[in-house]
Design a protein around this ligand. Structure first.
Ligand code: 5GP
Length: 191
């Protein structure tokens, strides 16, 4: 019998919208979802772990991987480079696993072109003020970096209309429920 190909779910949204928290809570509910850990040239934040949060590389290494065609998609975001490992994603999907990516809007549109069946989910902050408050309270970025992230938020929100689903994250538990129901809805169709 032919094995079912996995679904590819892509989560995007402005910095501070709560994407990582949502994704982590989602993985607790669906432990069989495969999260593809991205490469980045950004420096680790306190508490971030190599191979868990990101694969932290310098720019030379990133550009080498890019030349070798290792990325399914890549983009420059807030001044750093980020990319998704092509082989990890393709192998998991072929093995029938559902995969989740947490990437920016530029990367999501690159993947959607290559894999039109992928499901794009946009996480929207409840307001601009809430976004600013979250970025400030996180305390992980310098004021200048926060400004860059807030400026970029406007552009990212403008892309939300191209997404298959939009989740407003005004209550983390409700947002996880919504996200989980979207995932379950796609899985239900062929199980
Ligand atoms: P952060 O530096 O806050 O972890 O991530 C900054 C932005 O980069 C977020 O919007 C995040 O979703 C995005 N990002 C993380 N990994 C990737 C990736 O592999 N590709 C792309 N295009 N964006 C990514």
């Amino acid at each position: 019998m032919e094995r079912r190909r996995g679904h590819l779910f892509i989560i995007s949204g402005p910095s501070g919208a709560g994407k990582s928290t949502l994704r982590k809570k989602l993985l607790e509910r669906f432990p069989d979802l495969v999260y593809s850990v991205s490469y980045t040239t950004r420096l680790p934040r306190p508490g971030e772990r190599e191979g868990w949060d990101y694969r932290f590389v310098d720019e030379d290494k990133f550009r080498k991987l890019l030349r070798e065609g290792k990325f399914l998609e890549w983009a420059q975001v807030h001044g750093n480079l980020y990319g998704t490992n092509r082989e990890d994603v393709e192998k998991a999907l072929e093995d029938g696993c559902d995969v989740i990516l947490e990437i920016d809007v530029q990367g999501a549109s690159q993947v959607k072109k290559q894999m039109p069946e992928s499901v794009l989910i946009f996480v929207m902050p409840p307001s601009e003020t809430a976004l600013e408050e979250r970025l400030l309270s996180r305390g992980s970025e310098a004021p200048e970096a926060i400004k860059v992230r807030l400026d970029n938020a406007q552009k990212e929100i403008a892309s939300a209309a191209t997404y298959d689903h939009i989740i407003v994250n005004d209550d983390i538990n409700k947002a996880v429920d919504k996200l989980a129901s979207i995932i379950a809805q796609y899985r239900k169709h062929e199980r």
